[in-house]
Design a protein around this ligand. Structure first.
Ligand code: SAJ
Length: 426
């Protein structure tokens, strides 16, 4: 079996490597020469647990190869980004470009699978494009007769930091343009997926993916809204959530400095954009979560201003715990804003960074380690719940002024009245 995976990013590269491990011949296609070179030398350009060893192994065995140019294959997997443009309109330009690339190599019997998160209807657009570019091939779902190729939508649903595990263990939703297409794609996923493979239509699968991330966004927004209300009331929101979650049918997520990453803060807009009039809840959740970052900055500024001249440690820049991914990170936004406002008073602790990202250029802020922060900074602002922060014992932070936006230190002493508040309300 020969498989071509288009897009060697956070999803495409692990997917290509996992398929290669099954013994298939996998060609990874990427527009970046640098990425292609890195992969061909058996190395990786992204950080993901165990990915380096897997990629070096399958490249050494000759099962994975990368190129900027397409070649014939039996299965084509599209895993390119779908960003949004102005007004949160989804941009499926990369998907259509990948489909155009595939069209040149397509032959009868091939299977084309779209994995990129996409607005409802995108797989049909891919089908229409392939039909236009390859009038010699009969595409599925158009006119009578058995189609020459199969086209399906099968969203990835893996969690960064657990990608290699979840690629295999998670259930997969496989949406065919026709039921036959879904069956063809299912045969392919069965090679490496241990979870259940459930078939449906391409449109339902597209909406399912958007629904999953919108569900999480709405639930995080609820927690973030609660944290603001509790803060105004002088109540510890983390305690309230812990208590409420003792109810057998309540399961509130965690507030934080906002929602980051490239999925949950993006995908709900695809649903909103598709039907703006009927999505007030999903839209408002997005707005609540975005606004939480500004609220966090305001509270941090108030704490820093109340204690002039002392150094401040911002703990964490990543978009979530225990990963090195700083893209679309609310923690980074908060820390960089504080750095530009308070200059060299601001120290950043980020065990997953070797140097401060560009956003800090010209700010005067510096990168220090957690030990130095605990020794030298009277103010600690927790922005990411990395394990290394969570494990700091009370004795090392009891005297600190803490703004814990992630609720990692439930035992942090509450301030007495008239003292600079040790804020633990996210
Ligand atoms: N967050 C909170 N509170 C919470 C949970 C998360 O503030 O209780 C924040 C995180 O700190 C982070 C953001 O939300 O900034 C997103 O983190 P996440 O762990 O919820 O999700 P992602 O973006 O890493 O991955 C999500 C996953 N989707 C769901 O859990 C429904 C993953 O399964 C998807 O594959 C991925 O999006 C994707 O690619 O779409």
């Amino acid at each position: 079996l020969k498989v071509a995976v288009l897009g060697l990013g956070y999803i495409g590269l692990p997917t290509a490597a996992v398929i290669a491990r099954t013994g298939a011949q996998v060609l990874g296609i990427d527009v970046s020469e640098a990425v292609v070179e890195t992969v061909n030398s058996g190395r990786v350009h992204i950080e993901e647990i165990d990915l380096d060893g897997l990629v070096s192994g399958v490249v050494a065995r000759g099962n994975l190869r990368a190129s900027t140019l397409i070649e014939p294959a039996d299965v084509f997997v599209i895993a390119v980004p779908t960003p949004f443009g102005d007004n949160h309109a989804p941009d499926i330009g990369y998907v259509l470009k990948a489909a155009t690339t595939i069209a040149a190599a397509l032959k009868a019997g091939d299977v084309v699978i779209l994995e990129s998160t996409s607005p409802v209807g995108t797989t049909e657009k891919v089908r229409d494009l392939l039909a236009k570019l390859r009038p010699d091939l009969k595409v599925p779902g158009m006119g009578p007769g058995t189609p020459d190729i199969a086209i399906a939508y099968c969203p990835e649903r893996v969690l960064p930091g657990r990608i290699l595990v979840e690629l295999i263990d998670n259930d997969r939703v496989i949406g065919g343009i026709t039921p036959r297409c879904a069956r063809k794609a299912l045969q392919f996923y069965r090679r490496f997926v241990r979870g259940a493979c459930v078939t449906t239509t391409a449109r339902a699968a597209e909406m399912t993916k958007l629904t999953e991330n919108a569900f999480r966004d709405v639930n995080i927004a609820f927690a973030n809204e609660l944290s603001v209300v509790a803060g105004n009331l002088g109540i510890d929101v983390w305690e309230v959530i812990r208590l409420a979650n003792r109810h057998p049918r309540v399961n509130i997520l965690s507030p934080g400095p906002g929602v980051g990453g490239h999925c949950i803060a993006v995908d709900p807009w695809f649903l909103v954009h598709g039907d703006p009039e009927n999505t007030p809840l999903i839209r408002t959740a997005r707005e609540v979560n975005d606004a939480k970052t500004g609220y966090t900055i305001g509270r941090a500024e108030a704490l820093i201003e109340a204690m002039p001249a002392v150094p401040v440690a911002c703990l964490g820049l990543a978009f979530k715990a225990n990963i090195d991914d700083f893209r679309e990170s609310p923690a980074l936004k908060v820390a960089a804003t504080l750095a530009h406002r308070f200059g060299e008073r601001v120290r950043i602790v980020e065990p997953y960074a070797d140097a401060l990202p560009k956003a800090f250029d010209g700010s005067g802020a510096s990168l220090i380690d957690i030990d130095t922060a605990l020794e030298t900074c009277p103010i600690l602002i927790v922005l990411v719940d990395h394990d290394v922060f969570r494990s700091v014992p009370l004795e090392e932070r009891a005297s600190k002024h803490v703004y814990d936006t992630r609720g990692i230190w439930p035992d942090q002493p509450q301030p007495s009245v008239n003292e600079v508040p040790s804020i633990r309300l996210a």
